[in-house]
Design a protein around this ligand. Structure first.
Ligand SMILES: Cc1ncc(COP(=O)(O)O)c(C=O)c1O
Length: 407
């Protein structure tokens, strides 16, 4: 619905403002300019016409290794034979699940979570994806809302094992989607230590690693020297978020696990990124002046400004938001605008918002255990953001007025 009736200030002002889909529109012109230069998308028959090593051109894996060295792995260059390229992180998740888990075996994910984590791991691999529910602190007794503690992962593994299930993997989104939280090094180590103790695989999806509001706090799993179980720790990243190039269908897995690498080399045939795109990615990542000195810092500055603009408007309207440190989204508490804290009412709010012309993601569809939360995306144009927020605030405030009248 949101895609078919998209808002446009001039041509469709009554259309739906999309604050639901996690795309980044803040750097579109700059990307267009860079990608239209002569050094990208140049068809060369000897390179692009025939079959190639689908799991990744050498030039691209080398570019990734150097790029990660500059931004995530603390200078360490990853051996390129430990990198496998696929057409998007979704494909990487699907392939990992298929390779690591037999039908019905469990992968644990903290929730609320980007909803496709469930589908990507279930659709083809038939993994049994089980939530580790993170809760607001009044329900969980944790210090912070939606806090992810290693001891809770330990407890969840024990519970599921006691139910007779076989827990095979844990997936960590860092930065988290939809919370925008970042794990500290201690937290990552704590979680990985629990995984190692139970001999379960840890899949660490860092697709938002460079979409930071506060860069200094992020620790990539690639930078950690002594991993508790390096053979069962797998890292993911892609071009969809930090570079806003979801259309490229480009994702990468880093693993040291040789058996897994052999399997990935086989299945990469089914989900390869075309060589011409792989080369374009290498060109962008290798252009340090553009990528490191211009694109990423500018993108992060714009992200921060847009985030602050959003939080300012929401809090000025009396709303409570979970503080994001990274990502494209704000996680908003709408319980003060609800009569009953139920999924039914949360979905009613969603329908009211759609009817008012703004598409958002209700927390229940992101597997949030406690109803009354909504995710909105702030990486849209300034005009769309302002119009979308105005509609969002107006719907919720009118609910409050109605509720007060009823009371
Ligand atoms: C945490 C996370 N992982 C993976 C993906 C999918 O990425 P891709 O476009 O590379 O398939 C998304 C997209 O929203 C995401 O938020």
């Amino acid at each position: 619905q949101a895609a078919q009736n998209e808002y446009h200030p001039d041509t469709n002002p009554k259309g739906i403002v999309n604050l639901g889909t996690a795309v980044n529109c803040l750097m579109e012109e700059e990307l267009e300019e860079r990608l239209n230069r002569d050094d990208v998308f140049k068809f060369q028959p000897e390179k692009n016409q025939h079959y190639f090593i689908f799991g990744g051109l050498e030039v691209t894996r080398r570019a990734l290794s150097e790029f990660f060295g500059r931004h995530l792995s603390n200078g360490k260059l990853l051996p390129i034979n430990e990198l496998v390229i696929m057409n998007g992180v979704s494909s990487c998740l699907d392939s990992l699940a298929f390779g690591l888990v037999d039908e019905g075996e469990v992968i644990i994910t903290p929730t609320p979570v980007y909803g496709r984590i469930f589908t990507d791991l279930q659709d083809r691999a038939y993994a049994d994806v089980q939530p580790l529910h993170l809760l607001p602190k009044e329900y969980s007794g944790t210090e912070r809302d939606f806090e992810l503690r290693p001891k809770d992962l330990e407890k969840r593994i024990q519970e599921l094992t006691a139910e007779g299930k076989r827990v095979k993997a844990f997936i960590l989104l860092n930065p988290q989607n939809p919370l925008g939280d970042i794990c500290s090094k201690e937290q990552i180590m704590g979680l990985l230590t629990v995984c190692a103790k139970h001999k379960i695989h840890a899949i660490v999806d860092e697709i938002y690693a460079l979409s930071m509001m506060d860069k200094s706090q992020f620790t990539s799993v690639l930078s950690i020297e002594h991993l508790p179980d390096p053979n069962r720790t797998h890292f993911l990243w892609g071009m969809s978020k930090d570079f806003g190039l979801a259309g490229f269908r480009f994702g990468v897995i880093h693993t040291r696990n040789e058996e897994l690498l052999r399997y990935l080399a086989v299945v990469s045939m089914y989900q390869a990124t075309p060589s011409i795109i792989q080369e374009a990615v290498a060109t962008l990542l290798n252009d340090e002046a553009w990528c490191d000195n211009f694109f990423l810092p500018t993108s992060q500055r714009r992200l921060t400004l847009s985030y602050e603009r959003t939080v300012h408007q929401l809090t000025a309207a009396g709303m409570t938001v979970h503080q994001s440190k990274a990502g494209f989204y704000v996680w908003i508490n709408i319980t003060p605008f609800m009569n009953q804290q139920t999924i039914t009412e949360e979905l009613e709010v969603f329908e009211e918002l759609m009817a008012a012309g703004v598409y958002t993601i209700p927390g229940s569809t992101l597997h949030c255990k406690v109803p009354g939360w909504v995710r909105i995306i702030f990486t849209v144009s300034e005009n769309n953001l302002d119009v979308g927020l105005k509609r969002f605030i107006s719907v919720l405030q009118s609910r409050k007025t109605k509720n007060l009248k009823v009371a």
